[in-house]
Design a protein. Structure first.
Length: 254
């Protein structure tokens, strides 16, 4: 019985440690972002201004310009993009305007928004436009025919899609910010890409990586919960054995 109690105590300690680790594996360091947020935007995919998540990129432009930024997104995360456009003096505008943000992955496939106001129409008297787009969770691997978000570079395009011709060229100020929610093992899949979807060479992938680097793809919190389940199952087996065995001495036959 003493040996059983010692084994049970050891297993309980291991289960407690595993469950404690089942939370976020690592937290981003606030001081880790060495790259400064860009203060201008690109005009195409090739010239997109590169930013990191949790940075606010800004740009001054003219109404009618296409504004592009890029940011890295890793597996197990659900990115949310927010954009704000500060419009020119309302007295100089002649009608309503419709602004829109679109998000594309490293293969330049447009990714749909789960929720958020991706396009908004404002009247001539408005002074700003707020837009948002929450993507689906980035997967570590997907079938070739699927359009699932995959790890790599993502592009944000901000532009006006409808306005009076006389309002073209008016000055605006824009800002874009990307943030991610850690989804963890609930979104894990049995597979991983060999390299993230980052246009260019291997050096480009390293340059465009998140501040904490690309994940390996195979490690998720699902492994912790699987190990914890195995430990709890072993504890249940030990407990059942102890109950059925009993504590009394066997009765000798007459």
């Amino acid at each position: 019985m003493r040996r059983t109690r010692l084994l049970t105590g050891a297993l309980l300690g291991a289960a407690t440690a595993l469950l404690a680790l089942a939370g976020p594996v690592a937290a981003a360091d606030d001081d880790d972002a060495a790259q400064k947020a860009p203060t201008e935007a690109g005009t195409s995919f090739r010239t997109a201004a590169q930013m990191q998540q949790d940075q606010k990129a800004t740009a001054s432009a003219s109404t009618g310009d296409y504004l592009y930024w890029s940011f890295p997104a890793d597996s197990g995360r659900r990115p949310t993009l927010k954009a704000t456009v500060d419009l020119s003096d309302s007295q100089a505008r002649h009608g309503a305007q419709t602004w829109r943000i679109d998000v594309y992955d490293g293969l330049r496939r447009r990714q749909s928004c789960m929720y958020g106001t991706q396009a908004r129409t404002v009247e001539a008297a408005a002074t700003r436009v707020d837009l948002a787009c929450t993507l689906r969770t980035v997967r570590a691997w997907s079938e070739p025919w699927a359009n699932d978000p995959l790890p790599g570079t993502y592009y944000v395009r901000l532009t006006v899609t409808s306005l009076a011709d006389t309002d073209l060229g008016q000055p605006v100020s824009a800002s874009v910010e990307a943030r991610s929610k850690e989804i963890g093992g609930t979104a894990a899949v049995d597979g991983t890409l060999s390299t993230p979807l980052v246009p260019g060479t291997t050096a480009s992938a390293e340059k465009a990586a998140p501040t904490d680097g690309w994940s390996s793809g195979w490690w998720t919190s699902r492994w912790l919960w699987t190990a914890a389940g195995a430990v709890l199952a072993a504890l249940a087996g030990i407990g059942g054995y102890a109950l059925t065995r009993g504590s009394g001495r066997p009765v000798s036959a007459p």
